[in-house]
Design a protein around this ligand. Structure first.
Ligand code: HEM
Length: 537
C-alpha cells in the first residue's frame, strides 16, 4: 500500500496536492471547460473540412506535440523509487550536516538508478556503468549524492568528459551500437587516454552487468569533505552497500534477457517494492584526516583511484530503505534533477578536477532539459524546507512572489530574505588554503594509470578473470580497426601480460611483445566481427 508507506514522510506530504486522480471525473479542457465530444473534430459538414475554431482539437494536439522533453545527455535510461534514510549513530564528530546528527532521524530520499550510454528506450542489461543518484530531502535543503556503481571514473579532468561521451555513445554516422562499448570510437578513446585503464578493468568485469539494482554497490567516487561544527575538515568517500550483497549476471544471461525483457532491472525494482520486499542499502564512509592527504602512492584528488578498504576501512553509518514506487515516471523519474553541487552545511567539495567540472555541468544541462530556470519548483525537486530568495520570473514560474522589492540590500522593505550566519545554518564554504600559478598542467601525482588496474585484476578469482578476458575479447573483437585492437592489447599488457596475450589471440592481433598472434585474421572472433560466435557472443 503505497500511501501507507509514505505516511509521516514529509516529502510524500509535499507531493500529495499535486497528485490528480482522473477516475470518475468529467473531461475538461485545460481551462476547465467540460468537453462534449472527444472523438470527432469540428467540421464544416460531416465530410469536412476541419475548422480552426475547434479549440479542443487544437489544445489536445498541441499538448501532445510538446509531450517530449530531451532525454538526459548521459544516464538517459533510469528508474527511481522513494524511500527513507536512517542513521545508525551520530556523525557530529565529523560533520555538522543535520541529517547525520540524530540516529532517530528519518530523512526522505529519492533514488534514481540508470545506465549511462544507452538512450531512454535501450535495454537494461547492457554492459555499462550504472548511475546511483540519491536525493536526501533534509531540513537544511536537498543533498544529492550523485554516484555510480563503480568506485572510480574514466577520466581525471572534466574537460575530457564531452570527448569521452562522444566516443562511447553510438557512432554519429549510423547511431550504432546502442548501449555497448563494442565499437571503434570507444576503444580508440581508451587507447588514446590511458588514465582510463583502471575504470576499463571494472567495466569489463561482472560489475558492469549487475543482476539487479538492489544488488549493486554505489560510490560517490570523488573525495569530498566533511566539516564539523568546530570547522575541522576531513576527507570523505561515500559508499552504498546493498544488504542483499553484490550479484551480477553472466554475459550470456545479460544478452538473452536484453532480448526477452529489456525492462528487466526496472521490473525487478518495481516488483520488489510492490510486494514489500524493500531494497536496502547501508551508507558507508571512508574518512581521512587532513594530515594524511599525501600518505598514499596515489593522489586522493584523482577520480581514477579508490582508497583501498584495507588501508581506509569503510564505516557503515546508516541504512536507506526504498519503500514506495513512483506514481508517475515522467513527473518524478524523468523530471528529477540531481546535482553534485546540491550540498548542505557540513559537506563540502575538494579540488578534484573532475568534480569541479561536474559542479558546472548539471545545473547547466538541466536548464535546457527541464525548460528553464524554474525546474526546482517541479514537485519532485522541491526541498521540504522553505525556499526564499530574490529570484523571479522565467518560463513556467509557479511561485507567486509578493511585494515589489526583489533585490538584496534595500531600504524600501524590511522583510526581504535575510542571509544566515554559519551558526544559523548559512552555508559557508570551507576555507581551504590555495596556492600556485595558473596553469593547465596536470599534477605528476596523477600519472600512474596502471597500479590500481593491476590491483583490481589481482584481486579477481579465476572465473572472474575469465569473464574479464571474455568481455575484452567480445568488445574489442568487434572493433573494425586492427590498429585500435592492437593499441588496446599493447595498453593492457601493463595490467597483465597473460590477460593481454590471450585477448590478442582472441581478437586477431599481434601479442603485446610483437609476437605473431596464435589466431590469424580468419579467427572466428574476427571474421565474424559483427555476428561473433561462442565463446565471445
Ligand atoms: C548525469 C555530466 C561524471 C554520475 C549526468 C548528466 C550530465 C552529467 C550532464 C545529465 C544530468 C541531467 O540531465 O539531469 C557529467 C560530467 C562529468 C560526470 C560533466 C565529469 C566531468 C560523473 C561521475 C559520476 C556521475 C564521476 C559518478 C560519480 C551521474 C549520474 C547521473 C549523471 C548518476 C544521472 C542522474 C540521474 O539519475 O538523473 N552527468 N557527469 N557523473 N551523472 Fe554525471
Amino acid at each position: 500500500n503505497q500511501s501507507k508507506n509514505g505516511e509521516g514522510n514529509p516529502k510524500d506530504h509535499q507531493l500529495e496536492p499535486f497528485r490528480v486522480e482522473n477516475e470518475g471525473t468529467k473531461m475538461t479542457t485545460n481551462q476547465g471547460l467540460r468537453v462534449s465530444n472527444d472523438e470527432d473534430s469540428l467540421k464544416a459538414g460531416v465530410r469536412g473540412p476541419t475548422i480552426m475554431e475547434d479549440f479542443h482539437l487544437r489544445e489536445k494536439i498541441t499538448h501532445f506535440d510538446h509531450e517530449r522533453i530531451p532525454e538526459r545527455v548521459v544516464h538517459a535510461r533510469g528508474f527511481a523509487a522513494h524511500g527513507e534514510f536512517e542513521l545508525y549513530e551520530s556523525m557530529s564528530e565529523y560533520t555538522k550536516a543535520k541529517f547525520l546528527q540524530d540516529p532517530k532521524k528519518k530523512t526522505p530520499v529519492f533514488v534514481r538508478f540508470s545506465t549511462v550510454v544507452g538512450s531512454l528506450g535501450s535495454m537494461d542489461t547492457a554492459r555499462d556503468v550504472r548511475g546511483f543518484a540519491t536525493k536526501f530531502y533534509t531540513d537544511e535543503g536537498n543533498y544529492d549524492l550523485v554516484g555510480n556503481n563503480i568506485p572510480v571514473f574514466f577520466i581525471q579532468d572534466a574537460i575530457k568528459f564531452p570527448d569521452l561521451i562522444h566516443a562511447v555513445k553510438p557512432e554519429p554516422h549510423n547511431e550504432m551500437p546502442q548501449a555497448a562499448s563494442a565499437h571503434d570510437t570507444f576503444w580508440d578513446f581508451v587507447a588514446s587516454n590511458q588514465e582510463i585503464a583502471h575504470m576499463i578493468m571494472w567495466v569489463m568485469s561482472d560489475r558492469a552487468i549487475p543482476r539487479s539494482f538492489r544488488m549493486m554497490e554505489g560510490f560517490g567516487v570523488h573525495t569530498f569533505r566533511f566539516v564539523n561544527d568546530k570547522g575541522r575538515s576531513r576527507f570523505v568517500k561515500f559508499h552504498w552497500k546493498p544488504v542483499l550483497g553484490v550479484h551480477s549476471l553472466v554475459w550470456d544471461e545479460a544478452q538473452i534477457i536484453a532480448g526477452k525483457d529489456p525492462d528487466f532491472q526496472r521490473r525487478d525494482l518495481w516488483e520488489a517494492i510492490e510486494i514489500g520486499d524493500y531494497p536496502e542499502f547501508e551508507l558507508g564512509i571512508q574518512i581521512l584526516e587532513p594530515e594524511d592527504e599525501f600518505k598514499f602512492d596515489f593522489d586522493i584528488l584523482d577520480a581514477t583511484k579508490l582508497w583501498p578498504e584495507e588501508l581506509v576501512p569503510v564505516k557503515k553509518i546508516g541504512k536507506m530503505t526504498l519503500n514506495r514506487n513512483v506514481d508517475n515516471v515522467f513527473a518524478e523519474t524523468e523530471q528529477v534533477a540531481f546535482h553534485p553541487g546540491n550540498v548542505v552545511p557540513g559537506i563540502d567539495f575538494t579540488n578534484d578536477p573532475l568534480l569541479q567540472g561536474r559542479l558546472f555541468s548539471y545545473l547547466d544541462t538541466q536548464l535546457i532539459r527541464l525548460g528553464g530556470p524554474n525546474f526546482a519548483e517541479i514537485p519532485i525537486n522541491r526541498p521540504i524546507c522553505p525556499v526564499h530568495n530574490n529570484q523571479r520570473n522565467g518560463f513556467s514560474r509557479q511561485t507567486i512572489n509578493l511585494g515589489r522589492v526583489s533585490y538584496h540590500k534595500n531600504s524600501l522593505a524590511n522583510n526581504t530574505p535575510a542571509t544566515s550566519t554559519a551558526r544559523e545554518g548559512g552555508y559557508v564554504h570551507y576555507e581551504e588554503k590555495v596556492e600556485g600559478r595558473i596553469t593547465r598542467a596536470r599534477s605528476k601525482s596523477f600519472n600512474d594509470h596502471f597500479s590500481q588496474a593491476r590491483l583490481f585484476w589481482n584481486s579477481m578469482s579465476p572465473p572472474e578473470k575469465q569473464h574479464i578476458i571474455d568481455a575484452f575479447s567480445f568488445e574489442v573483437g568487434k572493433v573494425k580497426s586492427k590498429s585500435v585492437r592492437q593499441q588496446v592489447v599493447d595498453m593492457f599488457v601493463h595490467v597483465d601480460k597473460e590477460m593481454a596475450t590471450t585477448v590478442a589471440d582472441n581478437v586477431g592481433v599481434n601479442r603485446p611483445n610483437g609476437e605473431q598472434s596464435k589466431v590469424t585474421a580468419s579467427s572466428p572472433a574476427l571474421s565474424q566481427a559483427n555476428t561473433v560466435k561462442l565463446p565471445y557472443t
